[in-house]
Design a protein around this ligand. Sequence first.
Ligand code: 8OZ
Length: 373
Amino acid sequence: MPHLKATLFDPVTAGDLRLANRIVMAPLTRNRAPDAVPTALMAQYYTQRASAGLLITEATAISQQGQGYADVPGLYAEEQVEAWKNVTQSVHAAGGKIVCQLWHVGRVSHTSLQPGGGKPVAPSAITAKTKTVLLKSGVPEFVETSEPRALQAYELPDIVHAYAAAARNAVDTAGFDGVEIHGANGYLLDQFLKSGSNQRRDDFGGSIENRARFPLEVVRAVTDAVGAGRVGIRLSPVTPANDAFDPDPQPLFDYVVRELAAYNLAYIHIIEGATGGPRELSDRPFDYTGLRRAYRAAGGRGAWMVNNSLDKPLAEQVVREGADLVAFGRPFIANPDLVERLRRNKPFNEGDRSTYYGGGAKGYTDYPTLGKP
Ligand code: 8OZ
């Protein structure tokens, strides 16, 4: 057999997931789940995009404490889990695969969203210099995040259990093909990893090993709950999103992926550069090829997924250079048939930013597809 070069449109396996192509819809927060319950409109939105090799849902809270934004979905109350069933059934009927992104925002929250109006929780009591989105009469309103309180070590097992319970809800009840642990973008797990947000002096702060301890406990619990072949994780080594910062990210993330190698995850999902922004940051250099090599050298066999500001030539390049999967975010908002547009080299629709967060069908399920060729 001649060796055929992989294209974006070839099937690929990621752990237990057999995917029709290498094109992934990245998680996209859309704030259209009133009371954290997924809607029929959300089922329609995901189903329209089911030609992606894999759909990753918008970030979905594992607990009320994990909530940080208005009208984002959850996966901790029965009503939420039941409603997600409609989404997965509809996507599966259209031939798609879908995993749910498990989310705890940590300090990126507001007291008005927390149980009992309490402070958001974090590794350390350091306020994030960032904003969250509340909705005022359906209109998005950006507000400063609230000052968090530092979690006590004895509280951490409950959060680990909440991740595992949400993973079981996703796979065993709601019918998802798997879950993605949100370890990126300055949310709780990323807050533990990076010293800008983690100043703890116990076993969960200080050294790289200590800062990675809690995120890796979450990985262990989630893989125990649903099987590692159905679990991916998203990481963003240098993103400045939500005030994330570590002065020395390379050894930190090299360590994290080496540890992840032992878990046999379905995939590792890396945001290269600034989330939704430039892929290279002059003040935060990072060697992503070195990161992948560190994972492979440690025996990691999961699919390697690359994200951020890709176009077709760049996506083809990263696959040539060793990525197994490429994740597109914003292009999927305005192009439900993005896979077809990539295949036929057709231009993309432009997204309407004013309808990204909150609202109804407008700017959500009404983007046009290409006609028949
Ligand atoms: C945009 C708006 C709100 C949340 C992330 C979950 O950055 C998000 C998010 C993005 O991962």
